[in-house]
Design a protein around this ligand. Structure first.
Ligand code: DI6
Ligand code: FE
Length: 404
């Protein structure tokens, strides 16, 4: 005889995000079976034949995959409110970075902040995201740039995972800015990252992905390529900040080397998109940074869409270019500022966000997937993209466990 499932959620409208051709397809009068944290049944209520230890009546509400914020820098010390004021006076983000502010000022603050304090501050940010139905968040290091602080940041990310009802995926972003100790010696810094820091992080299992900032105010494609090669030799995945402020062809490089995602891509050239479309790389759009930096160059959404490059949407939550602790707000911005359809935005924060993290077990509602789910009392999921700050999930399950 079959073992009963642990939980059945019935009487729900399910948006599975499993059909890429019809993202907004709805399973009316749906039911879901969960066993050992995995989805074992998804279908119509009338077809649900198994016995369940516990049954929840969804009262006709909407069941969606938990949201995934696939690009954040939410562990950091200090604040950049004063820099925000400077930018309002007309000094650009790049100019502030050149004057030693920007990322570098957060590096100084993060080095000076204890692990405990970093944890307490980041915990609040994670909770803000979780309140909106985010069940998985990616967290990057990159505000330490020395061995101890990068390790400290990644340890905080790991602790956040244990302390909150949210999955955390950690990414090592050592190649984010050049630390003062290596001024005028960028290649020596790349040597240090490749031969010392990355092996240590892999050894301690502190991250499973490596990111870089490929940019005129960051690192060259040749330097990023060396980082990617080392990361791959250690069995780590790769992704990259590319074409945020200028076109260095970083997206071409990263996608050719098997990157999970290329992020920002405002300055991505249309002619490069067919080549990227041949790979498995996701384009992660970050409208919060576009909004805060008052950018005018939009990512080539039409061409990405035409060539079927999967697009994800994330907050880029960080103290400088995107102090946005709200994925739902970033989702609205992706539509209003970049012209993504609600369907694209919903796919971009579930299925394709999971793909951008290499987490094929998440992001859709289908048998065998992790039961990370949200129940929403709304007329239609499009409402989650349409308004700002109207909705919170009624219930959230993480690996089948009610964490709401
Ligand atoms: N691009 C970003 O949007 C973040 N890092 C990066 O390379 C911003 C980081 C910051 O301004 O602190
Ligand atoms: Fe970023």
């Amino acid at each position: 005889m079959n073992q009963p499932v642990d939980l059945c959620i019935n009487n729900v409208r399910i948006m599975t995000m499993a059909n890429t051709d019809k993202p907004l397809e709805v399973l009316a009068n749906g039911a879901l079976g969960i066993k050992n944290g995995k989805i074992t049944f998804v279908g119509s209520q009338t077809d649900f034949a198994e016995e369940a230890c516990k049954v929840i009546d969804g009262q006709g509400k909407w069941l969606l995959p938990g949201f995934i914020d696939c690009h954040t820098h939410l562990v950091y010390g200090g604040s950049r409110a004063a820099e925000f004021e400077k930018r309002l006076e007309g000094i650009s983000y790049a100019e502030i970075a050149k004057q030693g502010g920007g990322i570098k000022s957060t590096v100084k603050a993060t080095r000076e902040t204890s692990e405990e304090m970093l944890f307490e501050q980041a915990l609040k940010r994670v909770r803000r995201l979780a309140e909106e139905g985010v069940t998985t968040v990616e967290i990057k290091s990159g505000y330490g740039l020395d061995m101890d602080t990068e390790v400290k940041m990644l340890k905080v990310a790991k602790r956040l995972s244990a302390a909150t009802p949210i999955n955390v995926q950690s990414t090592y972003l050592g190649v984010h800015a050049l630390p003062n100790e290596f001024l005028e010696r960028a290649d020596a810094y790349i040597d240090f990252v490749c031969s010392e820091v990355m092996p240590e992080i892999a050894e301690q299992d502190l991250a499973n992905c490596v990111d870089v900032f490929c940019e005129s105010i960051g690192f060259t494609p040749a330097q990023c390529q060396r980082v990617f090669e080392s990361a791959k030799s250690l069995g780590l995945n790769i992704k990259a900040h590319v074409e945020q402020l200028s076109d260095l062809k970083g997206a071409l490089l990263a996608s050719q080397m098997g990157a999970l995602s290329v992020d920002h891509v405002e300055y991505l050239a249309e002619q490069d998109i067919p080549t990227i479309a041949q790979t498995d790389t996701v384009a992660v759009l970050l409208p919060g940074a576009f909004y805060y930096l008052n950018e005018t160059q939009k990512p080539p959404v039409d061409a990405l869409r035409r060539h079927k490059v999967p697009m994800a949407v994330a907050t880029d939550l960080n103290p400088g270019s995107s102090p946005v602790a709200s994925l739902l707000t970033a989702m609205n911005m992706a539509s209003v500022l970049f012209g993504l359809t609600p369907a694209e935005v919903l796919m971009g924060t579930t299925r394709y966000a999971a793909k951008a993290l290499g987490m094929q077990n998440k992001g859709t509602i289908a048998t065998g997937k992790d039961a990370d789910l949200c129940l929403w009392d709304i007329e239609h999921p499009i409402e989650l993209v349409y308004g700002i700050n109207h909705h919170r999930p009624d219930k959230v399950w993480l690996g089948g466990k009610d964490v709401s």
